[in-house]
Ligand binder design. Structure first.
Ligand SMILES: NC(=O)c1ccc[n+]([C@@H]2O[C@H](COP(=O)([O-])OP(=O)(O)OC[C@H]3O[C@@H](n4cnc5c(N)ncnc54)[C@H](O)[C@@H]3O)[C@@H](O)[C@H]2O)c1
Ligand SMILES: O=C(O)C(=O)C[C@]1(C(=O)O)C=C[C@@H](O)C=C1
Length: 314
């Protein structure tokens, strides 16, 4: 007799990079009896149907969560509160409700305000992604060997937290648990600030009148090209991230600006020792990350790990 799937029915709200990757991985691992998803536009619903990854594509969030044992919101963080309010009356008692938002404090507060006490709310953040979005951008290997951080509220049911952790481990992730506000401080420096810097530098280069657009593109084989990849990330998602994690980002931005001033001063004064010492320290940090096996710079890590071609066949 075959073992039953981990969840009878999984409802996915939002079928973009993350929702689509969860669907593909959960399907590949046989974690759900049935996967139901919502997509807002008729065009996306048609495309999701065509992809054939989920069992049902429905129009409303209320319909999707009906009788679902696990509900995951994979939508911009600013939309999580209103969607929690919308689905609250339709949730099955005992269901696990989660999300994948890049900011946790605000999502925890916004969703908790609406969810009934009869469900288990366990927020999550898979620290894995690419600059792509939409229903075609997901892939089943995205979470392999990546962190998924759970930020359960203090009164969360340990069995529900463990069940969601087991789900993410089955998708290939390494799971860690921490407080939501601590998550936001850590991610402000490791993810949000780097994105802000990329958005800034690409905008700056574009605005320089004596560097033509053609030259920017022509000579962008190295560092700048890496920045353009990050700066191509979804504007709605990142607008919401910076609005939702305002305090932590501003704190980290303050520290960053102080360090930038120190390096600016070293360049102005011709202080080669200060520059050399700083670059030596940062090189050691990078080498430490790589030797720990936490190299997150390669967006195709999951795909390469699984030895799959890119979606464009390259
Ligand atoms: N992209 C990444 O690298 C990454 C990584 C980890 C976590 N996240 C988080 O995952 C979430 C989704 O990001 P994504 O990259 O999958 O984005 P995406 O743009 O690929 O998909 C977002 C989906 O949400 C839907 N949506 C938007 N607003 C909605 C609303 N009000 N109600 C219902 N559906 C709505 C969109 O139609 C789309 O299907 C975000 O909260 C983001 O912070 C993203
Ligand atoms: O590799 C990328 O494209 C990403 O930006 C992924 C990344 C990150 O900053 O590491 C972006 C946001 C998410 O919340 C998690 C992962």
């Amino acid at each position: 007799m075959s073992t039953p799937p981990m969840f009878g029915r999984i409802a996915l709200i939002g079928f973009g990079l993350i929702g689509g990757s969860i669907a593909r991985a959960a399907r590949a691992q046989g974690l759900a009896g049935e996967i139901v998803t919502t997509a807002r536009s008729p065009a996306t619903r048609a495309r999701v149907q065509e992809l054939g990854i989920v069992d049902r594509v429905v129009e409303t969030n209320a319909e999707a969560v009906k009788d679902a044992d696990l509900v995951i919101l994979s939508i911009p963080v600013g939309a999580c509160g209103p969607v929690a309010e919308e689905i609250a009356p339709h949730l099955k008692p005992g269901a696990i409700v989660s999300d994948v938002g890049s900011v946790k404090g605000m999502v925890l507060r916004d969703m908790s305000a609406h969810l009934p006490k009869t469900v288990h709310f366990v927020p999550a953040h898979p620290v894995a992604g690419t600059e792509h979005s939409g229903p075609d951008s997901g892939f089943a290997e995205l979470f392999i060997n990546r962190w998924c951080i759970l930020t359960p509220p203090p009164d969360a049911d340990p069995a529900a937290v463990e069940k969601l952790a087991a789900f993410w481990r089955a998708l290939g992730a390494n799971v860690e648990t921490m407080a939501a506000d601590h998550h936001d401080l850590v991610l402000a420096v490791t993810s949000h600030l780097p994105h802000l810097i990329a958005y800034t530098i690409v905008g700056t280069a574009d605005e320089l009148e004596d560097v033509t657009q053609a030259e920017v593109l022509k000579f962008s084989a190295g560092g700048f090209r890496d920045f353009t990849r990050i700066a191509a990330s979804d504007p709605t998602m990142w607008r919401d991230v910076f609005l939702a994690n305002k305090d932590a980002v501003l704190e980290m931005l303050g520290a960053f600006q102080e360090d930038l001033s120190k390096l600016t001063r070293a360049i102005r004064r011709g202080d080669g020792d200060a520059l050399f010492d700083h670059f030596t320290r940062t090189r050691a940090i990078r080498r430490g990350i790589v030797s720990l096996g936490q190299e997150t710079a390669d967006p195709d890590f999951g795909r390469k790990h699984a030895n799959l071609p890119k979606p464009d066949g390259k």
